[in-house]
Design a binder for this molecule. Structure first.
Ligand code: PEP
Ligand code: MN
Length: 336
């Protein structure tokens, strides 16, 4: 429920309502706006009787928000959220960001060479998995803490903030020591304990869409993070599973403008996992930016043939350089 106040309501009116909402057993969250204040009511399961509230001084109207997400919705938070990743701003009105790097950190040489190269082409963050969520247990699972150390070294040498995946609630504290942006992978989008745990740390989160998640389930997953007090969340579309097998997943680009209607959170697109195919990555990265994405996440490897994971979708260095020059022209064209 959202209580919209009159434009001349006083702070005392807002405080009185917050008190009454608390007495009803719910949490009141005042949302100051340029025109008027609104008060979000959280913690209710189902419809809340609003008769008492409508009689209180300063109340203009009450909106019943039946969506499973509230803090994430534009109803509760009309202004766009800008996420700050170690000084790099992500969100509407900011220059679209390019996050690049290998699927997994494999060696010191691999990650440092890649970091310096992607930085020289204009990438603003470095990605690299240290804890890898692989489909089968007999494949490369990542270098774990050693991988975090190498990634951190590459981040320092290149000056790029680092993004890496956290798979378990037990690892959040460790990963938060190294990462500037904590990634929740598609396979963990509904790992609710993990979502709550990253909601409790003061680090921004990149939440990837589950491969079979509806837009509503995706936003409800983000709600878990915001409900713990962390509003620094970037959504990431990475393709969903459909009947089509010609591509690894099906890139649902309509989620970009749709999520911006429904939510104030920024959204990025990962065309690498969405397509699974090197030749499709650049066209879909550009399409993502045209659709309004706040950034793209691109897998790049110095030698994709030898990559320990996701080689077929990783761009080569020349391929990435070419894409970056195309993105540069495109962002000029888009007026960013
Ligand atoms: C990744 O970014 O390397 C990854 C595993 O992505 P996703 O969770 O989208 O499959
Ligand atoms: Mn990958």
């Amino acid at each position: 429920m959202l209580i919209v106040m009159n434009h001349n309501a006083t702070q005392a009116d807002v405080d009185a309502i917050s008190r009454i909402v608390a007495e009803m057993g719910f949490r009141a969250e005042p949302i100051p706006g340029s025109e008027r204040t609104a008060i979000g009511v959280l913690g209710n399961h189902g419809y809340v009787d609003d008769t008492k509230i409508l009689e209180l001084p300063g109340v203009q109207r009450v909106l019943h928000v039946s969506k499973p997400y509230k803090l994430v919705s534009r109803d509760f938070h009309p202004e766009d959220t800008i996420v700050d990743v170690a000084g790099v701003k992500v969100g509407r009105g900011c220059r679209p960001v390019v996050v690049a790097g290998p699927c997994a950190v494999e060696s010191e040489d691999q990650i440092i060479t890649t970091a310096l190269f992607v930085k020289s082409c204009g990438a603003v963050m470095l990605r690299g998995g240290a804890f890898k969520p692989r489909t089968g247990p007999h494949t490369f699972q990542g270098l774990r803490e050693e991988g975090l150390k190498l990634l951190s070294k590459a981040g320092k040498e290149s000056g790029l903030p680092i993004v890496t995946e956290v798979m378990s609630p037990d690892h959040v504290a460790l990963l938060a020591e190294y990462a500037d942006l904590l990634q929740i992978g598609a396979r963990n989008m509904q790992n609710f304990d993990l979502l709550r745990e990253v909601g409790r740390v003061r680090k921004p989160v990149l939440l990837k869409r589950g491969m079979s998640a509806t837009v509503e389930e995706f936003l409800a997953a983000a709600e878990y993070i915001l409900a713990e007090g962390n509003d620094q969340v970037i959504l990431c579309e990475r393709g969903i599973r459909t009947f089509e097998t010609a591509t690894r997943n099906t890139l649902d680009l309509s989620i970009v403008p749709l999520s911006k209607e429904l939510s104030h959170l920024p959204i990025m697109v990962d065309p690498s996992h969405a397509t699974g195919k090197r030749s499709l990555v650049a066209p879909m990265a550009k399409a993502a930016l045209v659709s309004g994405a706040d950034g793209v996440l691109i897998e790049v490897h110095p030698n994709p043939e030898k990559a320990l994971s996701d080689g077929p979708q990783s761009l080569t260095f020349p391929g990435f350089k070419q894409l970056m020059s195309e993105i540069d022209s495109l962002t000029h064209f888009l007026g960013e």
